[in-house]
Write a protein that binds this ligand. Sequence first.
Ligand SMILES: CC(C)(COP(=O)(O)OP(=O)(O)OC[C@H]1O[C@@H](n2cnc3c(N)ncnc32)[C@H](O)[C@@H]1OP(=O)(O)O)[C@@H](O)C(=O)NCCC(=O)NCCS
Length: 212
Amino acid sequence: MRPDLSLDEYRPADRAALYEVCLRTGRLGADAGPEHEDRELLGHVYLGPYLELEPELAFVVRADGHPEPLGYVVGTADTLAFEAACEERWWPPLRAHYRAHPPRPGSADERVVRLIEEGIHSEGEWLAEYPAHLHVDLLEDVRGAGAGRALLDRLATALEQRGVPGLHLVVASANEGAVAFYRRLGFAVVAERPGSLVMARRLAPAAAPVVR
Ligand SMILES: CC(C)(COP(=O)(O)OP(=O)(O)OC[C@H]1O[C@@H](n2cnc3c(N)ncnc32)[C@H](O)[C@@H]1OP(=O)(O)O)[C@@H](O)C(=O)NCCC(=O)NCCS
């Protein structure tokens, strides 16, 4: 990894900067800021629940001279349990908020609020083999410098210590750079959906999970 970069555990003080990273990488890796009036919406779906419900599986990239983190990986060890926890604790207050403050009809915000209303419910026989999943995003200045690989290695190690057998992610098929990155890191396509791919990789879980 580039020598000015380092990995760190997530701290609650990082939250606002990471929400901004989520937005600024949210359109196939490019800045989704111009199309969203609500700058927190994408983060509420793809970042916030992980920081809230699985903070010990969130890792950030810091760069010398920058007080705020410039990228992250977040994940969960058990996708179905995580989605159930979101139904119980994460989505209800957001649904109440956006029913009281609905987005502009036809806007990009409205499409994301629809996701919040529906919730996320994964299905697939591959879930048993690859129960963990992740999201990784880096600002442009710190891409191509080994930080993405380092973040995924760090998450994989944490999952292996918990005895997790496999890890998956969902990526837009059009995000060719990210698809190439995941392939390079050993992920293979396990399912195709309209506009997206599910990619997965086996882990080498510790025989006895490490209890911390
Ligand atoms: C995708 C992303 C996380 C990759 O992180 P990164 O730090 O740029 O990648 P790394 O420098 O660690 O590269 C790791 C390996 O993947 C390869 N790789 C990375 N990006 C690649 C690309 N666009 N095309 C081809 N290969 C790529 C590298 O060559 C490297 O190979 P090596 O280690 O064998 O030399 C980062 O570019 C990013 O945040 N992009 C925008 C947001 C995004 O699309 N997130 C994914 C949403 S599903």
